[in-house]
Design a protein around this ligand. Structure first.
Ligand code: NAD
Ligand code: WQD
Length: 337
């Protein structure tokens, strides 16, 4: 198939483009480079030994987006493009709704106009909100507790309504848990701009000497070691999950929802210690106050993806840390190294 990947130069997008090329698909990337660089795609092409077209286009520019559909015959879309920082979304909600929801509406209208009605969408575990019991199951009521999460919820609603209104649509809503790690080559990985918001990129920057120490946000949660539990998933497993979801929806219309997670929780300190193993020495950290909005623990019920897609995670927390560290060590300043 010829797949349009929005946000394909970003962290998860770049790994998925590589998996798609390896699986024999043709790929076309659209990205406005607001949080990524074209260097990631150059490296993906090098790793795959296959070409992929790139269009520097912002999804909020409906005309520019349509011209991409005009130039290429596209079979399906994997839609990663979006802003993703929870704290920033609280401060700039308008920007988040405009970019994430507005950009998606332009994309869906262009797809409809050109008769491309298969889409795999990057949703998030954050849509489960704060009131659901763990593990999270796809059939639970959703309700995010921050603007970023609500953009994901609103896009899920739009896609659900679209699938109900028009049976020609083939839709996958993928709710990712906590993606970490990097391709084992160490050539592509996560390249956060500024101070990392997320745990593993922060630890990696401590390990490479760019940050002084890890602040562990809260050591007094009701968990085995007092720190929060999350369901970390290796980005390569996540990328493979997209290829599996795409193959599934290609031949099955309707709206399908899957959690992509490992089904188990790992604490902040366990993650830190696994990273220390990868690096080969201890890393400085301090336990500080809780971060507003953090839940003590959540993880996926990952059984639907296994049953429907024959997909499950294959990589351990140790592999996530080893691969993340290889990427960070080889590229201390990310793609601008
Ligand atoms: P990322 O920032 O690395 O990738 C997103 C890409 O989208 C970037 O390359 C960015 O330049 C591009 N982009 C943003 N707005 C755009 C627009 N208007 N037009 C064109 N391109 C645009 O983030 P990621 O971690 O790879 O996340 C990919 C997707 O997965 C996002 O939708 C994110 O919300 C979702 N997600 C991420 C996580 C996570 O923890 N990384 C978890 C759950 C869901
Ligand atoms: C994990 C744990 C922190 C940084 C976020 C988004 C979510 C999804 C994934 C997109 C928590 C602790 C972190 C640090 C720390 N993204 N931590 N020190 O919050 O589970 O999820 O990313 O959809 O929507 O909210 O991930 O990596 O930020 O935090 O102690 O410097 O690490 O408190 O317990 P989170 P995270």
């Amino acid at each position: 198939m010829r797949i349009l990947v929005t946000g394909g130069t970003g962290y998860i997008g770049s790994h998925t483009v590589l998996s798609l090329l390896e699986a024999g698909h043709e790929v076309l990337v659209v990205d406005n480079l607001v949080n990524s660089s074209e260097e990631s795609l150059r490296r993906v092409v090098e790793l795959a030994g296959k070409a992929a077209a790139f269009h520097h286009v912002d999804l909020v520019d409906a005309g520019a987006l349509e011209s991409v559909f005009d130039q290429h015959s596209i079979d399906a879309v994997i839609h990663f493009a979006g802003l993703k920082a929870v704290g920033e979304s609280v401060e700039e909600p308008l920007n988040y709704y405009y970019n994430n929801v507005g950009g998606t509406l332009n994309l869906l209208r262009a797809m409809d106009k050109y008769g491309v009605r298969s889409i795999v969408f990057s949703s998030s575990a954050t849509v489960y909100g704060e009131h659901n019991p763990i593990p999270y199951v796809e059939k639970m009521e959703i309700g995010a507790n921050n603007p970023y999460g609500r953009t994901k919820e609103q896009i899920e609603d739009v896609l659900t309504d679209l699938g109900a209104a028009d049976e020609r649509w083939h839709i996958a809503l993928l709710r990712y848990f906590n993606p970490v790690g990097a391709h084992p080559s160490g050539r592509i990985g996560e390249d956060p701009q500024g101070i990392p918001n997320n745990l593993v990129p922060y630890i990696a920057q401590v390990a490479v000497g760019r940050r002084e120490k890890l602040m562990v946000f809260g050591g007094d949660y009701d968990t085995p070691d007092g720190t929060c539990l999350r369901d970390y998933i290796h980005v390569v497993d996540l990328a493979e999950g997209h290829v599996a979801a795409l193959d599934y929806v290609a031949v099955r219309p309707g709206v399908h929802r899957w959690n992509l997670g490992s089904g188990k929780g790992t604490s902040v300190l366990e993650m830190l210690h696994a990273f220390e193993q990868a690096v080969g020495h201890a890393l400085p950290y301090e336990i500080t106050g809780r971060r507003a909005g953090d839940l003590p623990a959540f993880w996926a019920d990952a059984s639907s993806a296994l049953a429907d897609l024959s997909w499950s995670t294959t990589k351990t927390v140790d592999q996530m840390c080893e691969d993340h560290w290889r990427w960070q060590k080889n590229n201390p300043l990310g793609y601008s190294s």
